[in-house]
Design a protein around this ligand. Structure first.
Ligand code: AMP
Ligand code: MG
Length: 187
């Protein structure tokens, strides 16, 4: 079984880059959507309200989503290394979630803070917070490193610069290709 976790700050374009996974037969699972399905049962109306819930509630929903996803087999998971909450950066892959998902690779999709700010300003469908994008990306690297050390996953950085999404997609595709090859050899 192989699990690839793809992370990146809101607006970096991770979903676009990951779409390449489908051609390899990987199922793409959005962690936020799985969490939101649980949250809606409890009356949460907007996915962008989840990061404003009490930390205990976010962690409970996170745990439920992580357990569900861990039973799905080969997946590429669209998620976050950290979530900016009212009490600081919450790990998206805390010990229990990292161990449940047991990823082979944790990919960080990155761009410059200016590029990301520009992309956010063009997306009116989401309620993005105005925050320090450079800092958030540094925190993400640190949190991803911890999850990697805990699980043995490798960390790959995929750069998704303006007008170069094809380069980012190609880099991601190579990563998946190598992983599939490895698993076929091991089987
Ligand atoms: P997204 O659509 O990827 O921006 O995710 C929507 C929301 O889902 C985020 O703002 C978080 O509240 C929540 N979420 C996504 N992934 C995680 C995670 N690994 N841990 C906790 N919350 C998450
Ligand atoms: Mg997305």
């Amino acid at each position: 079984m192989s699990v690839v976790i793809v992370t990146g700050v809101p607006g970096v374009g991770k979903s676009t880059v990951m779409a390449a996974a489908e051609e390899y037969g990987y199922k793409i699972v959005n962690f936020g959507t799985t969490m939101f399905e649980e949250a809606q049962k409890e009356g949460v109306k907007d996915r962008d309200d989840m990061r404003k819930l009490a930390i205990e509630d976010q962690q409970r929903l996170q745990k439920q989503a992580g357990e569900k996803i861990s039973q799905m087999g080969d997946v590429v998971v669209d998620t976050h290394a950290s979530i900016l909450t009212h009490s600081g950066y919450m790990p998206g892959l805390p010990e229990w979630t990292a161990r449940a998902l047991n990823p082979d690779v944790i990919a960080l999709v990155e761009a410059t803070p200016d590029e990301i700010a520009g992309r956010r300003s063009k997306d009116a469908t989401r309620a993005r917070d105005s925050d320090n994008i450079g800092l958030h990306q540094r925190v993400n690297r640190e949190y991803a490193a911890v999850a990697a050390v805990m699980t043995g996953a490798t960390v790959a950085i995929v750069e998704n610069h303006d007008n170069q999404v094809d380069v980012a997609v190609e880099q991601f595709r190579k990563l998946l290709g190598k992983l599939l090859k490895k698993h076929r050899i091991l089987k």
